[in-house]
Design a protein around this ligand. Structure first.
Ligand code: FPP
Length: 252
């Protein structure tokens, strides 16, 4: 198992190169993590919430501007009621326990999704922590809650149509729930699946994709750094040729 000094060395190496501004994670595999240990699914979600804490800390330490976590999809409302309730309770607990830590570390809490569907207790805590951390300049932590990418695009189209202005790319982008966040650079999915699952469909247009077999509850600082190091080794071309990219980077 890699030790703390290996992680510190990796952190230094990753910090020395240009960082992605915005990383998003599809936190998958809580159920399988629990199942592999003979535990109930909710134990996986609980450990998943602990991973949210430690990865948020790691992202801040690294110096990311934005971290967006897929915590609950619109489709997740169809899970068994007791699992949905357990996830909502974990969210409230997370919001209550983390407010101070977010404030101390200059982290602004943000949320995207159909937030009107959240139970009152979650919505209230969320609003309170968002208000309390609104001045955070260090990093924006966005929780995608009751989120769906198609639903976000429908919302953006409605906003654009209601504005009465021409519906072009800028108008749609302005109506997204993520408006104001940096462009998405890196999209990570844990637990071995290679799907986007209705997450950040518009925003992922030019994002680099990174998949790991690690289940979310076991995802840690080292895993985040490994994903970012992988990102740093890639050539992003945005539809251009490699020669054009080289000329552009060389200032030509
Ligand atoms: C996917 O694993 C994970 C979720 C549906 C919920 C993610 C929630 C957390 C990480 C914890 C609570 C969040 C916060 C912000 C405190 P899965 O259950 O689909 O796993 P499986 O595919 O192995 O069954």
């Amino acid at each position: 198992m890699p030790g703390a000094s290996d992680t510190a060395e990796l952190l230094a190496r990753v910090r020395a190169r240009p960082l992605p501004r915005h990383v998003a994670i599809i936190m998958d595999g809580n159920g399988r993590w629990a199942q592999a240990r003979g535990l109930p699914r909710v134990a996986g979600h609980r450990q998943g919430a602990a991973a949210v804490r430690s990865v948020t800390r790691a992202a801040r330490r690294l110096g990311l501007e934005a971290l967006t976590l897929y915590a609950f999809s619109i489709q997740n409302w169809s899970r068994p009621t007791d699992e949905v309730e357990a996830l909502m309770l974990l969210l409230v607990e997370f919001l209550e326990k983390e407010q101070q830590e977010l404030l101390t570390n200059g982290i602004r809490l943000n949320a995207i999704g159909d937030l009107a569907r959240l139970p009152g207790q979650v919505a209230e805590r969320l609003a309170a922590v968002r208000a309390a951390t609104a001045g955070g300049q260090g990093m924006t932590l966005t929780l995608a809650l009751s989120y769906g990418g198609r639903e976000e695009l429908v919302h953006a189209a409605q906003v654009a149509a209601a504005s009465g202005r021409p519906i072009d790319e800028a108008a749609l982008a302005a109506g997204l729930w993520t408006a104001g966040l940096p462009e998405l650079d890196l999209l990570v999915r844990t637990s071995g699946e290679r799907r986007i699952s209705n997450f950040l469909l518009w925003q992922a247009a030019y994002a680099e994709l990174y998949f790991t077999d690690t289940h979310w509850p076991a995802f840690d600082e080292r895993e985040l750094l490994t994903a970012v190091a992988d990102f740093q080794a890639r050539e992003r071309r945005f539809g251009l040729t490699a020669e054009q990219v080289a000329a552009h980077e060389g200032g030509g």
